[in-house]
Design a protein around this ligand. Structure first.
Ligand code: ATP
Ligand code: MG
Length: 703
């Protein structure tokens, strides 16, 4: 049957396997595929397809994600696909909270307050102990883990012993703190963020009318990044689907589509369990599982590194097939110190940034949040506009505080939807005020826009919600780990491996690849170690065109400077780099190597140095003589003016850098370079070689 034009358009830009995944009528459906294989693309198109084919009502659909950022991204992509209707998107917590609030209101129960700071509650419980060795933050995360695994305080000790888990302090002591934490909350009538999931499950299980209403409201469910679902979230999902608690196997149709990649499972430490994804077909009788093997994000050279990082025997699926053109071989740089690393990367970004390569195309990824600081300083010093993703800073911004204050002063019981226009006005005012920061970005307006997006998200989940409901909701959602600022501004992003999940940038710097960070020091067992490895896989697979890895030989913590060792996985990266550089017939890399070897030989023989040689750790183009590059750029600019052809079409910057570095002396040598085809050689070859020759002549004269 021929498709309608709209549906044909949806299938446009999908390969057959992706198309099949979009069109499949299976319920439930799981899509298991590697990084950059188009899972999120398929998920959004599938949602759009259901709407266009009229097999689902958009206002009854719910797309679940693990961060608000991801939820926003889904909404954006749906808009681009021409889906005008609002599809509810949100995190498990946000949806659960919205449903619970409704339930509390409908059943005349007082809504409990949310714990403002778990740390403040836990710290006194920890400090009554003699030992100061244990950090409250570790105890908090252990409690979070237990709650994610649906382990009650009374079962905690048994559960932990059964799996041989090592808590931050003795099992019994930990169980005691967990018990007291729970009773303390109960006493004060407050709940924490993780309780929301369990409370919502309980409401679904005990109040049939409530359950029926929620199942009617959201009856078509979609989940992205399903490898990171934890038992509490999964149980809630089952509750929404109407699956009996504790059932091992679900028979029948369930309108659920999940996508994920077991190789990117990085939240086991936090209670997630990728088996919900990998054993999907064992749980659902009628499940279909589709796999995708093509990668559309990264160059073959980056994928080779990614594959090596995962290592043989580690991966859960076949290696990905590359679909992008060849790119530069990823680099590994060793820096003398952490400061040098930050400055070196700042310089590298400055050098690469251009009109065609705006700041927003770069990201620096680190294993821990704290590593961001050095980069912030280094970037500030050389005026690189940047942003650190994450943190709970959003609500502390003055304009946000102000806006929420205004909402708070207004009547709380009116439908909140009518207030969004006021927020829009604040954005307009901020924009009109013209207060701009670095590179013309208006942070105030940007933050307020973030607030408007949140407001819309809230209204999508709860169309009749009131202003005070919104204020309560935002307080809960924002202080969560899911807090993610907007990404559209032209800034270099500094973020952690964890937060980078699902995202992509043309140029990615993965920094601090040292033991202690990668893998993290706490990883003292095989499972933790494997998770660290997958985490690095997530980091390197964010890169589209360039991947630059680095580590520092010394690092300063406070007043103490320590020497550091390379991450063991840098060996995998190096092996992959070597494989990418190994000569193969007709391969430009082989030819390039031949050129380099000749240059080396000439240099060794004392022939006046002309040809660039390459440092084994530095990528082609980065070693270019700036004078040569300048001469080539001048030529290109003149050519562009004369012909009306845009400069980057004549030769891309990276190509020009490669030319400047290799300094080819013939058409064949020029043709051997990445980004140079026969048409270009024919059109520009003689002139380029002439520019290089003129430069060499000037050198000879000078010496
Ligand atoms: P991750 O595992 O990192 O979340 P993913 O599998 O969700 O990755 P997407 O983000 O959906 O992958 O896609 C990766 C990139 O490839 C995106 O830029 C997307 O637009 C592009 N892409 C996906 N499929 C195709 C295709 N068939 N043709 C061209 N580009 C594609
Ligand atoms: Mg994705």
């Amino acid at each position: 049957m021929p498709h309608s034009p709209e549906i044909a358009r949806l299938l446009d830009g999908l390969n057959p396997a992706q198309g099949a995944a979009v069109m499949s009528e299976a319920m439930p459906l799981a899509i298991l595929a590697g990084a950059g294989s188009g899972k999120t693309r398929v998920l959004t198109r599938r949602i759009a397809h259901r709407i266009l084919a009229d097999t689902a009502n958009p206002s009854r659909m719910l797309a679940l994600t693990f961060t608000r950022k991801a939820a926003g991204e889904l909404t954006k992509r749906l808009g681009q696909l021409g889906v005008r209707e609002r599809v509810a998107t949100g995190t498990f917590h946000a949806i659960a909270f919205a449903q619970l609030r409704q339930w509390w209101a409908d059943t005349n129960q007082p809504a409990p307050q949310l714990v403002e700071s778990k740390m403040r509650l836990v710290a006194p419980l920890v400090h009554t102990r003699k030992s100061n060795a244990v950090q409250p933050v570790d105890v908090v995360s252990e409690i979070e883990w237990a709650k994610a695994r649906l382990i009650r305080p009374e079962n905690y000790a048994a559960a932990v012993s059964a799996i041989g888990r090592k808590p931050p302090l003795g099992v019994e002591a930990m169980a005691a703190i967990y018990t007291r934490y729970e009773s303390e909350k109960k006493k004060r009538g407050i709940v924490d963020f993780d309780d929301l999931l369990v409370l919502c499950v309980q409401a679904l299980e005990t109040d049939r009318e409530f359950a029926a209403r929620q199942r009617w409201q959201f009856r078509h469910l979609f989940v992205d990044e399903f490898q990171d679902v934890n038992p509490a979230q999964y149980r809630l999902l089952e509750g929404w689907l109407g699956i009996e608690p504790d059932s091992e196997f679900a028979e029948g149709t369930f309108d659920l589509c999940v996508v994920g990649d077991p190789n990117q499972a990085i939240y086991a430490w936090n209670g997630a369990d990728p088996r919900f994804l990998t054993q999907f077909s064992q749980r659902f009788g009628s499940a279909e599982v589709i796999r995708l093997d093509d990668n559309y994000r990264s160059t073959p050279q980056i994928l080779t590194v990614a594959d090596a990082v995962l290592g043989m025997g580690q991966r859960e699926s076949r290696p990905l097939r590359a679909n992008r053109p060849d790119g530069i071989v990823p680099t590994v740089t060793e820096y003398a110190s952490d400061l040098d690393e930050a400055r070196g990367i700042a310089r590298a970004i400055r050098d690469r940034q251009s009109q065609r390569r705006p700041w927003s195309q770069f990201a620096v990824l680190t294993r821990t949040n704290a590593q961001a600081l050095l980069f912030e300083e280094a970037f500030r010093a050389v005026a690189i506009p940047h942003r650190v993703r994450g943190g709970g800073m959003f609500l502390a911004q003055p304009e946000i505080k102000n806006a929420l204050g205004e909402l708070r002063r207004s009547p709380g019981n009116v439908p909140f939807a009518s207030r969004i226009v006021d927020l829009d006005e604040m954005v307009a005012e901020a924009l009109a005020s013209g207060v701009t920061g670095a590179e013309g970005t208006n942070e105030r307006a940007g933050n307020l826009e973030g607030l408007v997006r949140l407001a819309n998200e809230f209204v999508g989940i709860d169309p009749t919600g009131t202003t005070s409901s919104f204020l309560q909701w935002i307080g809960g959602v924002i202080t969560s780990r899911a807090d993610e600022p907007d990404r559209s501004a032209n800034l270099v992003e500094i973020t952690t491996f964890h937060r980078a999940k699902g995202l992509e940038w043309p140029v990615v710097f993965v920094a601090g690849l040292e033991r202690g960070y990668v893998p993290i020091g706490q990883a003292d067992n095989q499972e933790a170690w494997d998770e660290e490895r997958r985490l690095l896989y997530v980091a390197v697979t964010r890169a589209e065109q360039e991947l630059h890895c680095s580590w520092a030989k010394t690092r300063t913590f406070g007043s103490r400077t320590t020497s550091r060792n390379r991450s063991p996985w840098l060996d995998n990266v190096d092996a992959a780099r070597n494989a990418s550089e190994r000569p193969t017939d007709g391969d430009w890399r082989a030819q390039l190597r031949a050129i380099r070897d000749r240059a080396e030989a000439a240099k060794a023989a004392g022939v006046p140095g002309i040809r660039g040689t390459r440092n084994a750790h530095i990528q082609i183009g980065t070693n270019a003589d700036p004078k040569v590059l300048e001469a080539l750029k001048k030529w290109r600019a003149a050519k562009s003016r004369a012909t009306g052809i845009p400069a980057f079409v004549i030769f891309h910057d990276t190509t020009l850098a490669a030319v400047a570095e290799a300094q080819p002396g013939s058409h064949a040598e020029l043709l051997a370079l990445p980004g140079v085809g026969s048409v270009k050689v024919e059109r520009y070859g003689d002139e380029v070689i002439a520019v290089l020759a003129a430069h060499q002549a000037s050198l000879t004269q000078a010496s």
